[in-house]
Design a protein around this ligand. Structure first.
Ligand code: PGA
Length: 226
């Protein structure tokens, strides 16, 4: 059965033309469900069958300068939204805000991809990961329908570092999040590339991948989704 593979372009590329070329170079044929998440200004110009946003606000309209409305995303045909990425949490986003955003996304039929993760070193992560995840998940998911939410587990030390967690570790976290929170799809993210992706996807409780750096290299990303 296919898994969910999400491309998080972050704040890349810089021009419309580059964004269009990047999306055009990514195969629409995959045994998996593939979602591209370009920066917000490119959501209307990138053509791909499934698109996601990198953030969403908890209100649909009103006096909220600079925010991204879930109603507007829905109107654009956006089906997913990454919420609470560690790069946003490090700028001050709280789990309570993540919860509000996920609730708003659901109201507009957008599947929230709620990101959690912890640890700036491997050692710290091994010791504390479950405690911290429990706190983040308790606060981010309270009152939300678990069956409609995707969780992405991304250890902070693994993001953009070239050092991924082991597939075994991702599997353990997948089992924990599925059993404790009844989440059906738990993604792994953090330095996924075309060499390690297959071993993550082979884990029964890893429901897919959240891919940053490698999603900007179309040949490599095509090998990951193949
Ligand atoms: P990375 O980023 O693949 O570059 O580690 C993943 C992410 O932050 O979503």
């Amino acid at each position: 059965m296919g898994k969910l593979i999400v491309a998080n372009w972050k704040l890349n590329p810089l021009t419309v033309l580059e964004a269009q070329h990047l999306a055009e170079a990514i195969s629409e044929v995959s045994p998996h469900r593939v979602v591209l998440c370009p920066p917000t200004p490119f959501l209307t110009v990138v053509k791909y069958s499934l698109l996601g946003a990198q953030d969403v606000f908890w209100k649909a309209k009103g006096p909220f300068t600079g925010q991204v409305s879930p109603a507007m995303l829905q109107n654009l045909g956006v089906k997913y939204a990454i919420i609470g990425h560690s790069e946003r949490r490090s700028l001050g986003e709280t789990s309570q805000e993540v919860r509000e955003k996920a609730a708003a996304a659901l109201e507009y039929n957008i599947t929230p991809i709620v990101c959690v993760g912890h640890g700036t070193t491997v050692e710290q992560d091994e010791l504390e990961v479950v405690d911290v995840l429990r706190q983040q998940l308790d606060d981010s998911l309270v009152g939300l329908p678990a069956e409609k939410i995707v969780v992405a587990y991304e250890p902070v030390w693994a993001i953009g570092s070239g050092k991924a967690a082991t597939p075994d570790h991702a599997e353990k976290i997948g089992i924990f999040v599925q059993t404790k929170y009844q989440i059906k799809t738990v993604l792994y993210g953090g330095s996924v590339n075309d060499t390690n992706s297959a071993s993550f996807l082979a884990q029964p409780h890893v429901g897919g991948l959240l891919v940053g750096t490698a999603s900007l290299r179309p040949d490599e990303f095509n090998r990951i989704i193949a």
